[in-house]
Design a protein around this ligand. Structure first.
Ligand code: CAA
Length: 377
């Protein structure tokens, strides 16, 4: 677990080279213009850098979670917005991989993975964020299936997706026992609404998605009626190490910029790296980044080993790594001073991008509840 295999190291180098060549040169432009990075994602897809965890038989790259985290860190170092687009595809396909039948997997996943198309995970609503069980999108049982009505918000890839995994309630009075997961191909009645203008991850598209009298056949239910909450929680448990890895990538990018700058920037007649206050900051940054990565790798390894429960370790990895990303990117801006605050240097973007890591896929307050719940159970 502490040492990557020769194959993993080769893949890490491939992702690092791709990031240097294809992501870093365009990251600022996509951020500045809030432009959807379709061209970059297509190259990533051709290179095998999208849909990591989907088995090869279903058109994915067929990697384990640990290797996926190693690659996600590299991509995240280049641009968290672009990497979020790719990560959101994996998030949306996880419920099908976790709870879908063999028939459902074969029917819904390859048309996305083999054509480089997008999928979207639709859980959050205006009144159901941390309180995921209070979803109000309604699934009314009709002959042969269900009719969906409602709106989801903050949906990554919602305006470009061809496939949606939607959490809706078949009976609001049943609370979380009414929540059901549906696979919804893009069809009449599915439409994208308002696009968010965001602080960070601006290359990714985050929109409202409306479901207006959308008929979904009964065979598109994942894991059975009423199983939606469990499917959502298992999906997030599985995917949170990847957000941890993305956070490590963002932190590393900012830290590397800070080290380079500290060695070059001369004040009081010498490089600022000679000053102990700067050294202490760099030492703390480096140590906390490594600690984050170890937590991420442990959680990823537990997911791969199908450990009885990895919810706690997964939450720890996501929470710690994203808190560290926020602190490290903030310190990097501090080390660069006025230049750090300027868009001329990449560190202010890392800082803006880091913030969402503490919020999406469950706020870090929710991660602490998950961790404490598992300790005290
Ligand atoms: N795995 C399986 N089952 C689980 C589970 C897990 N990890 N966690 C809970 N459950 C089950 C419990 O066993 C229980 O089932 P029973 O009633 O049958 O015993 C049921 O779910 C309820 O459990 P709790 O009472 O513990 O649930 P809770 O309501 O107290 O807490 C919560 C739930 C942890 C707060 C949860 O609502 C949560 O994680 N909220 C955050 C939601 C979230 O992460 N949203 C992010 C959206 S996705 C996103 O952000 C993507 C993007 O932008 C790119």
């Amino acid at each position: 677990m502490f040492r990557l295999s020769a194959e993993q190291l080769a893949m890490q180098k491939m992702a690092r080279d791709f990031t240097e060549k294809e992501i870093i040169p365009v990251a600022a432009e996509y951020d500045e213009q809030e432009k959807f990075p379709d061209a970059v994602i297509r190259k990533m897809w051709e290179t095998g850098l999208v849909n990591f965890t989907v088995p090869e038989a279903l058109g994915g790259v067929g990697l384990d979670t640990l290797t996926s985290c190693v690659l996600t860190e590299e991509l995240g170092r280049g641009c968290a917005g672009i990497t979020t687009v790719a990560a959101a595809n994996s998030l949306a396909l996880y419920p099908i991989l976790i709870a879908g039948s063999e028939e459902q997997k074969k029917k819904f996943i390859p048309p996305i993975t083999t054509a480089g198309k997008y999928a979207a995970f639709c859980l959050t609503e205006p009144n159901a964020g941390s309180d995921a069980a209070s979803v109000a999108t309604n699934a009314k049982a009709v002959d042969g299936g269900y009719v969906l009505n409602g709106s989801k918000c903050f949906i990554t890839n919602g305006d470009v997706a061809d496939l949606f995994v939607v959490f809706a309630t078949v009976d609001k009075s049943k609370g979380l026992k009414g929540l059901t997961a549906f696979v919804v191909p893009k069809s009449d009645g599915v439409s994208a609404g308002k696009k968010e203008i965001k602080l960070g991850i601006r290359a990714s598209s985050t929109v409202v998605v409306n479901f207006d009298n959308v008929f979904v056949p009964a065979e598109n239910v994942l894991g059975g009626e009423g199983m939606g909450f469990k499917v959502a929680m298992q999906t997030l448990d599985t995917s949170r190490p990847l957000i941890g890895a993305l956070s490590v990538g963002v932190a590393r990018g900012a830290y590397e910029s800070a080290v380079k700058y500290a060695k070059e920037r001369v004040q009081f007649g010498q490089p600022i790296a000679n000053f102990q206050m700067i050294q202490a900051m760099l030492a703390n940054m480096a140590t906390r980044i490594d600690a984050s990565r170890l937590l991420v790798w442990r959680a990823a390894d537990m997911v791969d080993q199908k450990d009885a429960s990895f919810a706690k370790e997964s939450a720890m990895a996501k929470m710690y790594a994203s808190d560290v990303a926020m602190d490290v990117t903030t310190d990097a801006v501090q080390i660069l001073g006025g230049y750090g605050y300027s868009r001329e240097y990449p560190v202010e973007k890392y800082m803006r991008d880091a913030k969402i890591m503490q919020i999406y896929e469950g706020t870090n307050q929710i991660q602490r509840l998950v961790i404490a719940g598992n300790i005290l159970r």
